[in-house]
Ligand binder design. Structure first.
Ligand SMILES: [Fe+2]
Length: 242
């Protein structure tokens, strides 16, 4: 699919600017360094919606070999993991309207693009998503395993926190694209647990409100190195013979 960039109106660019400025007023102090550097590396600015073909993808390709692939909205699991396994990040292009500043039932382009794309400049993070997706594709016929991989994806790519220089920072795209949750998740009163594969595979989540708790990684390499463990656990659970 095509981004149909010329279809974005002045009001759409204005909405992007508003959302961009609102997030960037708070993220420099609380977002992961790799994410903040990624904003610069992919060339995202407040003034206009990123043009994937002309601006974003050539930069991503040169940095990590990944690219943004336009999709109509939520897509089936198999298609989703196939995109990621082939280093393509599926992103929708519709943008929320002024009355949807806070709450969305479905991810829009601000979430998909602003929330996720900057971290596609980090090789270890990209390799984690690619490898996790290859594991998911092995388990496509086992809905329970896909649900468990979904939890892992949720608590990392969407709602993950990372320890950097002794401080807890945000790298999950679901948080980074939400003004309210960016502030909420780092409050002292909200439980935060160390990243642990078995725990994540067995922890359910909410899609309709802020999370009850968050999981903290020590590095993107830790995520990448966890994939063989994930595969081994799921293989034992679902594919072991005898
Ligand atoms: Fe997302």
């Amino acid at each position: 699919m095509n981004q149909s960039y010329q279809k974005y109106t002045a009001a759409d660019h204005e909405m992007w600017r508003k959302l961009f400025d609102r997030q960037m007023a708070q993220l420099p102090a609380i977002a992961s360094r790799a994410y903040l550097e990624g904003i610069e590396k992919v060339g995202f600015v407040a003034e206009h919606i990123p043009n994937f073909i002309a601006e974003t993808n050539p930069r991503l390709q040169a940095l990590t070999g990944w690219s943004v692939e336009v999709v109509p909205g939520l897509i089936p699991h198999q298609e989703f993991f196939e995109f990621l396994a082939h280093r393509r990040f599926p992103a929708s292009t519709w943008l929320r309207k002024p009355d949807q500043l806070e709450y969305l039932e479905e991810p829009d382009m601000f979430h998909d693009t602003f929330g996720h794309v900057p971290l596609l400049t980090n090789q270890a993070f990209c390799d984690f998503m690619g490898d996790l997706s290859r594991v998911a594709l092995r388990f496509m016929d086992v809905p329970e395993a896909i649900a468990q991989i979904g939890r892992l994806y949720w608590y990392t790519v969407e709602f993950g926190l990372i320890k950097e220089d002794g401080q807890t920072k945000i790298y999950g795209g679901g948080i980074l694209s939400s003004a309210g949750e960016s502030e909420y998740c780092l409050r002292d009163a909200i439980p935060k647990y160390p990243f642990d594969v078995r725990t994540l595979l067995n922890t359910s989540y909410h899609i309709d409100r802020y999370q009850d708790h968050y999981f903290v990684i020590n590095s993107y390499e830790q995520l990448y190195r966890s994939v063989p463990d994930i595969e081994e656990i799921l293989t034992e659970m679902y594919l072991a013979v005898g």
